[in-house]
Design a protein around this ligand. Structure first.
Ligand code: ADP
Length: 220
């Protein structure tokens, strides 16, 4: 149905990443046009998506015919074939797409995509690899990094904070991090206040500069 927040999104390239993007957008209630040049991929995607077309996205005329220029957003999810990825971003730009998102497989590819007109470039493999590295090697239970080196992590409670209020343990002045939320086993997260007392078995949500939260998590 037409909800006020419904957006139209074209997803080009239905590999593992593109199909995950298209399926999530559909589940969130957006109107999705999915495009791939391979008939077998299109056939498979049609099982879960409503609008799937087989087309070569490197041709601006093809995109124009599909009405891609009228979409609110386009996600170019072609990775391995860098030439096809770059030509598709160019073609999107040519047909007047308002907002182009593109997946890059490395930094050079990402630079080229920016230069060719992509407004947002994502590096799903590098980003997930970094996240997993934090989870495997550190004490973090979860890790999300935003642009500009800011992160939010889920950690265990550090011993020095146990049995004290957040005001008493002075984690902000000592480590430069802010405890945002606290969770006791089996309970929901609550927002942290200066009066929140930390227990040994608590899980914390902590935010701050990436290097600061990394240093903090390694003490837990
Ligand atoms: P992933 O790593 O997420 O699986 P891939 O780069 O392997 O991503 O997959 C990209 C998809 O894009 C493939 O399904 C491929 O058929 C499709 N594709 C590649 N070139 C074009 C093109 N010119 N037009 C449309 N689809 C394309």
């Amino acid at each position: 149905g037409e909800s006020p927040t419904e957006e139209t999104v074209a997803v080009i390239g239905l590999g593992r990443f593109g199909s995950a993007v298209a399926e999530s957008l559909t589940r969130l209630g957006h109107e999705v046009l999915a495009v791939d040049e391979r008939p077998d991929i299109v056939q498979k995607a049609s099982e879960t998506l409503t609008h799937v077309v087989q087309a070569d996205s490197t041709e601006a005329a093809v995109l124009a015919q599909l009405g891609v220029g009228e979409f609110d957003h386009v996600v170019v999810a072609i990775g391995t074939d860098i030439e096809a990825s770059v030509l598709t971003v160019l073609a999107c730009e040519e047909v007047g797409v308002r907002e182009i998102w593109a997946k890059a497989i490395n930094a050079k590819h990402g630079q080229i995509l920016h230069r060719t007109g992509a407004h947002h470039v994502v590096y799903p493999e590098a980003a997930m690899g970094e996240r997993v590295a934090h989870l495997v090697s550190g004490k973090m239970l979860d890790f999300i990094e935003f642009d500009d080196g800011f992160a939010i992590v889920k950690t265990k409670a550090p011993a020095e904070a146990v049995g004290r209020t957040l005001a008493e343990s002075k984690l902000r002045s000592k480590y430069g991090v802010t405890v945002v939320g606290v969770k006791q086993p089996g309970q929901d997260f609550t927002y942290a206040t200066p009066d929140t007392v930390i227990a040994a078995e608590d899980t914390l949500i902590v935010s701050g500069a990436t290097t600061k939260v990394e240093a903090f998590a390694s003490t837990t």
